[in-house]
Write a protein that binds this ligand. Structure first.
Ligand code: SF4
Length: 372
């Protein structure tokens, strides 16, 4: 589910070239009357259409911080169940600071972008050590926490501490770009539009409006309460805004995987390197390339006890690359002639082991009654 980025923390993203950027003085947001009208209509719309998202109720600075980490690169609706599970298990900063990385990753499992989970735990450790186990309200102290960039700091400033800070995520950026006909809207534009004293509400209104009406690719201009004041619509290029950087091609990689089990039915798992794709997660023994299963076993110092059996291949798409997974069911000995990094885990213990997506799918397939 991860990877369908709705929210990003890079408000100034945008490439040079493409759609011309009108001078700020020529844009409608230069007019105080236009800004007041947009604010009035959008806040009116929001009163009727506010999304009842779980992380919006019972707000505390800690819950806001957790939600904002989760919302980067992930749709708000998808975050809900993960957020509830996470704050149940780690209800406050001290609980999260005391947890091991593996525990945190296991609760985060399925949400993707696992680097966020490790950074959030590191931020909790820092808050525990330097801020008495609380989320600091000071903007500079917030920005100094691991994983907290301008977007998260602004969102926490607004939602946790009620400040008039413009949290400019991808939804907000899109709405502002279209309303103001500004191909590359920046933080200054977002701040100019924000109605004084209504920062939290305004940010939510823009986010919800961008998710329901001013949506990517095909904005619902016919049903939009702002259509007659929208400069992008009037210019006939709303759907082209904001300007996007050109897409880079996604590398395609073949990965051969062993669904390795020992005589007791335990799964053989290895941990991925701490950084990079699926960093720090566990996975079935694998190697890049269309390899013979014996070669994959050799690379992991695994001793196969029977011929490996091919399983159905599948594709797994990450944000920046795609894998074609070639899995093999393999019986292996838990003890080989050489030391191996493979750890043997019983099915009942898997819940505490954070698994990467492709391996989680293969393990779930192997545990299905029809597969036994
Ligand atoms: S008129 Fe269309 S482009 Fe403009 S704000 Fe409304 S939905 Fe977005």
């Amino acid at each position: 589910m991860a990877g369908r980025g709705e929210r990003s923390a890079t408000p100034e993203a945008g490439a040079a070239g493409g759609v011309a950027q009108p001078a700020a003085s020529d844009r409608p947001d230069a007019s105080a009357a236009w800004r007041a009208e947009v604010q009035r209509r959008l806040l009116g719309w929001f009163q009727q259409h506010r999304r009842p998202l779980p992380f919006r109720s019972g707000r505390t600075p800690y819950r806001v911080l957790v939600a904002e980490f989760m919302l980067q690169q992930t749709r708000a609706e998808a975050v809900g169940p993960f957020f509830e599970r996470f704050v149940r298990r780690f209800p406050d900063v001290p609980a999260l600071a005391a947890a091991a990385d593996d525990e945190v990753l296991a609760v985060w499992q399925g949400l993707g972008y696992y680097r966020r989970a490790r950074l959030l735990r590191a931020a909790a450790a820092e808050m525990q050590a330097r801020h008495g186990g609380a989320v600091p309200s000071d903007p500079a102290a917030l920005r100094a926490l691991p994983g907290v960039g301008p977007y998260i700091a602004a969102a926490v400033g607004a939602f946790a501490f009620g400040r008039d800070e413009a949290a400019c995520d991808a939804n907000v950026r899109r709405v502002l770009a279209r309303l103001c006909d500004a191909p590359r809207p920046d933080a200054a534009l977002a701040a100019r539009l924000l109605p004084v004293g209504r920062g939290p509400e305004w940010n939510e209104a823009l986010m919800d409006f961008g998710s329901a009406v001013c949506i990517p690719r095909t904005p619902r201009c016919a049903a939009c309460p702002l259509s007659d004041v929208c400069a992008g619509r009037r210019a006939g290029r709303a759907a082209l805004l904001p300007e996007r950087p050109p897409r880079r091609p996604r590398p395609e990689v073949v990965v051969t995987v062993l669904v390795a089990r020992d005589a007791q039915g335990r799964f053989g798992l290895v941990r991925r390197p701490a950084t990079g794709l699926l960093g720090g997660l566990w996975e079935l023994p694998a190697a890049e390339g269309a390899l013979d299963p014996g070669e994959v076993a050799r690379r992991h110092a695994l001793r196969l006890t029977a011929a490996a059996v091919p399983l159905a291949a599948f594709r797994h798409v990450f944000t920046h690359r795609a894998w074609t997974v070639r899995p093999f069911a393999a019986s292996a000995a838990a003890d080989g002639p050489e030391p191996s990094a493979v750890r043997w885990v019983a099915a009942e213990a898997l819940a505490g082991v954070p698994l990467g997506g492709p391996s989680a799918r293969l393990v779930a397939g192997a545990l299905r009654p029809s597969a036994k």
